[in-house]
Design a binder for this molecule. Sequence first.
Ligand SMILES: Cc1cc2nc3c(=O)[nH]c(=O)nc-3n(C[C@H](O)[C@H](O)[C@H](O)COP(=O)(O)OP(=O)(O)OC[C@H]3O[C@@H](n4cnc5c(N)ncnc54)[C@H](O)[C@@H]3O)c2cc1C
Length: 446
Amino acid sequence: MKKADVVIIGGSAAGIPAAITCRRHYPQKSVMLIRKEEKVQIPCGIPYIFGTVNSPENNLIPDTAVTGNGIELLVDEAEKIDRNQKNVITKSGETVSYDKLILATGSKPLDLPIPGLDKKNVFKVKKETPYLHNLLEEMEDKNDIVILGGGFIGVEFADECKKNRDVNVTIVELLPHCLMLAFEDEFCQEAEQLLKERGIQLITGVKLEEALGDEKVTGVKLSDGREIKADLLLVAVGVKPNIDLAENAGLETDRGGIIVDSSMMTSDENIFACGDCTSKKSFFTQKPSGLKLASIAAMESRIAGANLFGKRRENKGAVGVFSTVVGDKAFGMAGLSEKIAKEHGYDPVIGQAESPNRHPGGMPGMAKMKVKLVFNKKTGEIIGGQVRGGHSVGELVNTISACIQKNMTADDIATFQLGTHPAVTASPIAYQLVNAAEIALTKMRC
Ligand SMILES: Cc1cc2nc3c(=O)[nH]c(=O)nc-3n(C[C@H](O)[C@H](O)[C@H](O)COP(=O)(O)OP(=O)(O)OC[C@H]3O[C@@H](n4cnc5c(N)ncnc54)[C@H](O)[C@@H]3O)c2cc1C
């Protein structure tokens, strides 16, 4: 029998930071991480295997992230949790006893009830390295790739598939626009224009009804009657939480995953959970949230890891922050869009500003950066923001997220002290975040 004070099941965006946080907060405790894969992919890097980084081997989380932090690594699959004995039984027959357990078992692709998805050359967005090697190999001699789902994962795959290959790529999306669940329509349309310029065909507002072909996929049938040629179909339509272990152990779960309290404790005081496997609440409404992101997984894991032996941190709910890149432009969002804010009953006030992200505008690397901020008219507080521009978008939406989490008002942001430099930021006069807040303020005063 093996033994550790803290055992973590799962070795990705939630499991690793949970283990590291536990070591930092409780250095006297022994920590063991159990994960089933030999090699772990950086989940968010998976689309880039098919273009920019060119191989699953170039997208791995190094084991030193675990072992270099004094954490014992066990590569094995946890098959059962015995809550009475406080141990985990693995596939290889090992019994590992724990004092505290963290479940970070993540998510797996949704199964859609569409006929034909069991055909050869129909792939899902899985995270296993051998599966991704196979997908990359299969892609090499294909001419017509269809991607089902125009969310950020489908869009990133489409963009990357075009990078090193002369291949027809089509995205089929049920909603009127790609990226629509996250972004304002104007940002979706800009991204769609870029995708089209890169030769990607977009079919939106229709349902994929069937994957056609005998043994192998040869095409797809759409709800408007069209048939599109396909020798490879990639299904990129979302995930469901991986909760078999938790359910079999009798822990409370719901559709969103394992139920946890604000300290990330499950219905068993000795078991915590974090990441895609947990059920989430919205930061804004405290109602269930369907968001599953690596950034949320990492935040939750830092709460779980710190709270194991006494409550030190609290999860205030998922804000929802992420970025994506299409061609050479980045798009980022944090919190609520104007549309979603209205759906949640807010009276939103919008401030928008666009200017170069360098000064003077002739500086190398300049991109026009547009910032749209959403404020709650009643309190003046920021509740969302969207950004389009160069790659600095990624850091700017993180700043917006900080403003949201700290309930900053438009006035706070307009007078916010920021650092600027000609080669790396907009000018202090034209700084988009500040100017968007000023513009919103003028509307709030009306
Ligand atoms: C293609 C793609 C791109 C994405 N891009 C982004 C992005 O840009 N930004 C962002 O914020 N999010 C992104 N996401 C979402 C993000 O990847 C997930 O939110 C994140 O991976 C969740 O981390 P996790 O550790 O909770 O779960 P997972 O990454 O699913 O990891 C779960 C881990 O648990 C292990 N495990 C499960 N069951 C067992 C068991 N019984 N025994 C042992 N080990 C087990 C798995 O093997 C794995 O190591 C992307 C997702 C995908 C698929």
